[in-house]
Design a protein. Structure first.
Length: 174
């Protein structure tokens, strides 16, 4: 019994640390993106547009999307179908939620594998406007984000049973 409680406390601490890591990462990327946009606008208004601004801003937007999705997955705040789950009988909810989890984790495992393969293909390629920055670095968000999404799903699996009982995806606002 105490081993089970200890394991749950460890899982909770790990989940909280992972959530904090994702929050800090997403906030840092968002602040960087906002600062870049402001600097880009100022330089453009001054008549000295930055040639690399658009490319870097689109990369940061992609990164905040991927890592923000991981944070949403950890909080079980992704798109769901609560009304459908409520309409389904209790005996079918848990099996359907398990199928959903397997499908989501399977999809992101495939995305991580494909992202890793693409990373190999991009070896030696660099950004057009900033040739010193590797495309492997900028596109690393695909496999890394996919792995982090899987970790988020696994760490939030304990909440699946609650979803099955309630029939409604838990919505936790930050």
């Amino acid at each position: 019994m105490s081993g089970c409680i200890g394991a749950e406390l460890t899982r909770t601490k790990l989940r909280n640390a992972f959530e904090r890591f994702l929050e800090v990462l997403v906030i840092a990327i968002m602040v960087s993106l906002v600062a870049l946009v402001v600097v880009g606008v100022v330089f453009r208004k001054a008549g000295a547009a930055l040639v690399w601004y658009d490319e870097v801003a689109s990369i940061l937007l992609t990164w905040v999307t991927y890592y923000g999705a991981c944070l949403a997955a950890l909080r079980r705040a992704h798109i769901g179908f609560p009304r459908v789950m409520q309409a389904i009988g209790r005996e079918l909810r848990l099996p359907l939620l398990v199928v959903r989890e397997v499908a989501v984790i399977g999809f992101f495992a495939l995305a991580a594998w494909a992202g890793w393969r693409v990373s190999g293909i991009l070896e030696g390629a660099s950004l057009i406007s900033l040739p010193t920055i590797s495309k492997q670095l900028t596109q690393s968000v695909i496999p890394i984000g996919a792995v982090l999404f899987i970790v988020a799903e696994v760490l939030s699996l304990g909440e699946v049973e609650g979803e099955a009982e309630a029939g409604v995806a838990e919505e936790r606002m930050p």
